[in-house]
Design a protein around this ligand. Structure first.
Ligand SMILES: *[C@@H]1O[C@H](CO)[C@@H](O)[C@H](O)[C@H]1NC(C)=O
Length: 462
């Protein structure tokens, strides 16, 4: 290592000498009364000499490295943060044609036969023979549910145990804004013998902040409801989204964990998962795992993107943006131009958050938290209906490296009416290759954009 460094220093020194000599000759040429033709010949030979050497590794010479929104899709400077969709795959056609191309792409990928991810030796993280003595990853399964949802979440847990957790026995953390009843607890314990914790969210982490004008919210949500934005008038939904985005990670009982896997009532798992998904996340330093990409209701997030840009353009907040973020995925407006228009530039494409496997340390980080605080200060978790999925997704696309966000293509999963159904020997009970059975919903799929812009190696990983 040392000697390599040493010889590199010599290469640099020699290159620097070359540059100095060439510059000196050029200055000399300009200052001397030489014959025009001689001068030209010398110039030409210098030119051919410099062409033979690649000097671009010398700092400052490569002028194109800075980039601009025009060619790289982003500008990141204090007070001048901009993103632009630059159509990296040069897709062409009207929205209907784009939808056809994208659906074809998605179906093609889904139909390829796969097993678990190939970028890690899964034999190192197989199910233990005795989960009781197993050294678990630092992780928990999380369900935010009410007592009244016992049957629905029970259904999920039975499937989840069969698919994954029966083999690994990761602890469950049940979270509720009201105390769980004994009946609920007993029922959950009958579904799994993994450790379980039941948590009541402190009021101050859940309730609508005092600063929110309830009357203003009622009026604005009536308008939302008139535009068919689901759950707009349900206060607990607004509380839930805000909670999941910020205060969730601060719950005292979750401080002892790093990774979480979120489950919801009445979802389905179709795959026999034979490796420890948490240990895969840990080993590959993944920040976030998802199964489904969808467009959102554009009206629910009209000012989410402008507010985000406002935050990024304040002070030196530009520094939080990860240069390898999933910007193009956030901005592609080809399939659903109306969405991007209503949402002021945000495609509304998001990771469907009823399934998420995440590294809470990312969401506890300064970048994410400062941004969340800004969003919260606008009051628009109540005056608009920002869902937890689009907010999570924008945060991830901006502040994480896109290679650390992982599509669990191998995990068969559904939350009606959408599904992720891989073509694999370990999967049964779902129909491979489509987002769902309803033709008219296929335009809600934006996974092709993730595949096109954010995956370096679509095929190689599975
Ligand atoms: C698990 O992760 C949390 C959050 O990073 C950390 O505080 C805790 O010490 C970790 N526990 C172990 C056993 O490593």
């Amino acid at each position: 290592m040392l000697s390599l460094k040493h010889s590199l220093r010599w290469v640099y020194l020699l290159a620097a000498c070359n540059v100095i000599i060439i510059l000196a000759i050029m200055v000399y040429l300009d200052a001397t009364p030489l014959d025009q033709e001689v001068r030209l010949t010398i110039r030409e030979s210098i030119q051919s000499l410099t062409n033979k050497f690649d000097f671009t590794y010398l700092k400052g010479i490569n002028k194109d490295s800075k980039g601009s929104a025009q060619d790289t899709g982003y500008t990141l400077e204090p007070g001048n943060v901009k993103f632009k969709f630059v159509n990296p795959k040069a897709k062409q056609g009207d929205p209907k044609e784009i939808l056809e191309q994208n659906t074809r792409k998605y179906t093609e990928v889904m139909n390829q036969k796969i097993a678990g991810p190939k970028d890690f030796d899964l034999d190192l993280i197989r199910a233990p023979s005795d989960p009781g003595t197993y050294e678990h990853a630092n992780a928990t399964i999380v369900a935010l549910v009410r007592n009244s949802e016992a049957i629905g979440i029970g259904r999920t847990i039975r499937k989840f145990e069969r698919s994954f957790n029966g083999k690994f026995k990761y602890p469950y953390t049940f979270i509720n804004d009201e105390p769980f009843s004994d009946k609920f607890k007993k029922k959950m314990q009958s579904y799994s013998d993994a450790p379980m914790e039941f948590i009541t969210i402190p009021r101050e982490l859940w309730d609508r902040p005092e600063s929110i004008d309830a009357k203003k919210q009622d009026e604005l949500m009536q308008i939302m409801e008139d535009h068919d934005v689901g759950y707009a008038k349900m206060l607990s939904y607004h509380n839930m989204c805000r909670f999941y985005l910020g205060n969730f990670y601060l719950l005292p009982e979750l401080q002892k964990y790093r990774y979480y896997w979120r489950i919801e009532p009445n979802v389905d798992f179709y795959t026999d998962i034979k490796y420890d998904v948490f240990k895969y996340m840990e080993a590959k330093k993944r920040i976030y795992g998802f199964t489904i990409n969808l467009y959102d209701i554009d009206r629910s997030v009209e000012t989410l993107w402008p507010e985000t840009l406002k935050f990024l353009n304040k002070g030196d907040n530009y520094k939080y943006v990860n240069k390898n973020g999933a910007f193009q995925w956030l901005l592609d407006d080809l399939q659903n131009p109306r969405n991007a228009k209503t949402a002021n530039g945000y495609s509304t494409c998001h990771f469907w958050s009823n399934f998420e496997i995440g590294d809470m340390n990312f969401f506890r980080s300064e970048a994410y938290m400062e941004w969340f605080k800004h969003l919260d200060s606008t009051g628009k978790f109540y005056y608009e209906r920002w869902g937890d999925a689009p907010v999570h997704s924008i945060g991830l696309a901006l502040f994480a490296d896109k290679k650390d966000i992982h599509w669990f293509r191998d995990i068969g999963y559904s939350h009606d009416p959408y599904l992720n159904c891989p073509h694999s020997d370990d999967t049964s009970g779902c129909k491979t290759g489509l987002l769902g059975q309803w033709e008219h919903l296929l335009d809600q799929n934006c996974m092709a954009n993730w595949i096109d812009y954010s995956m370096e190696d679509t095929i190689g990983i599975y």
